[in-house]
Design a protein around this ligand. Structure first.
Ligand code: F6P
Length: 375
């Protein structure tokens, strides 16, 4: 792993790069526009043309390109979503294609490579999570010059301390917990907040600590219902007749399974999690005889304006991605390690998720202060 040379400095070699393409793939998250803006500004400053690809890899297959200039990125720093659109379907290596009236799954990757060549694109900046960066890696193996930028509210990408969007999602969940506290206290209820995160518990853990939750349930620590009920009763014995529970969508009981809302074929991950909050509420009402309500925070965690720390991180990632392309350091993903932006092989970031480990400092802090983790 190598430190990024010249993050924000003028010591980068601008070889022969003339044209960069940029796309956003997978689920959206706050900060995508901030990355696009930083990349476009950095490129334009050096006289490099930028091509925006619409709707992730779909646009790469269909040739849905547009030039991105300074005017296009003006005012987008605080905007949620992505001006380029995105999708968590449409993998060019297994692309649904209509052939004589029937839908067939075809490998269209060669077409993408041909189109990039014809357009004179020197390198692609792919902003994505595990799914999109895995596709980017396949293209890198076929010779495409790729630089990755780690995106996802889930913070589950390996090789980086933080993905952008995560801290904004945590802030949104923390705000929800603050609000749930007051109504929980008034009504002497158990309030459950179900948050996103897929198979990792980062959002639940950080939001739970930031929002003063009494119980935090994450996929990495399977729970026992009795432990949660005991914690709620313990609080009642201390005169606190309400409890706040934050549960990650991927949390599961000891020896049990995650709750799947539905499976959707054609997506990079066909499994859509959801419903654990309602399941827990029904079970806890029986065990504790306390009224219980559930809030599923859902896509509120993905929408809206990035908070300041995410704007800064996204900006640093956007700048560093262009600098990596200028250095012709391809097949790499920009990443945050400690306080420093580094470049790591995309291969190190994908195929294996970064999960909360048992000695994670935030998890240990939660345990030390008596927050119930359900185990
Ligand atoms: O990966 C980001 C994420 O928001 C997950 O936390 C969640 O499980 C999933 O995407 C939801 O996907 P969709 O956009 O299909 O609802």
């Amino acid at each position: 792993m190598e430190e990024a040379r010249g993050e924000g400095q003028e010591n980068i070699k601008n070889g022969t790069i003339k044209k960069l393409a940029i796309l956003t793939g997978g689920g959206d998250c706050p900060g995508l526009n901030a990355v696009i803006r930083a990349a476009v500004k950095t490129a334009c400053y050096r006289g490099i043309e930028v091509i925006g690809i619409q709707d992730g890899f779909r646009g790469a297959v269909e040739g849905d390109f547009r030039t991105l200039g300074l005017k296009d990125v003006s005012g987008i720093l605080p905007r949620g979503g992505t001006i380029l659109g995105t999708t968590n379907r449409d993998n060019p290596f297994a692309y649904p294609t209509l052939v004589e009236g029937t839908l067939q799954i075809q490998d269209r990757s060669e077409e993408v490579l041909g189109r990039f060549k014809a357009e004179g694109i020197d390198a692609l900046i792919a902003i994505g999570g595990d799914g999109s960066l895995s596709i980017a890696l396949e293209f890198a193996k076929k010779g495409l010059n790729v630089v990755g930028v780690p995106k996802t509210i889930d913070n589950d990408l390996m090789a980086t301390d933080l993905t952008f969007g995560f801290q904004t999602a945590v802030a949104t969940a923390q705000d929800a917990l603050d609000r749930l506290h007051t109504t929980a206290e008034s009504h002497h209820r158990i309030m459950i907040l179900e948050v996103m995160g897929r198979y990792a518990g980062w959002i639940a853990l950080y939001a739970g600590v930031a929002g003063g939750a009494d119980v935090i349930l994450i996929p990495e620590v399977p729970y026992q219902l009795e432990s949660i009920a005991k914690a709620v009763k313990r609080r009642a014995d201390q005169g606190k007749h309400f409890s706040i529970i934050v549960v990650a969508e991927g949390a599961k009981p000891f020896g049990g399974e995650m709750v799947v809302e539905r499976t959707m074929q054609g997506r990079t991950d066909p499994i859509k999690l959801g419903g654990i909050g309602a399941k827990l509420a029904a079970e806890l009402e029986v065990l504790t005889a306390m009224e219980t309500r559930v809030t599923v925070l859902g896509h509120l965690q993905r929408g809206g304006s990035p908070i300041a720390v995410d704007r800064v991180l996204s900006t640093r990632y956007g700048v560093a991605a262009v600098e990596a392309a200028l250095d012709k350091d391809y097949g790499m993903m920009v990443a945050l390690q400690g306080q420093v932006i580094v470049r790591v092989p995309i291969e190190e970031a994908v195929h294996q998720l970064k999960k909360v480990v048992t000695d994670d400092p935030v998890l240990l802090a939660a345990r030390s202060m008596g927050i119930e983790l359900g185990d």
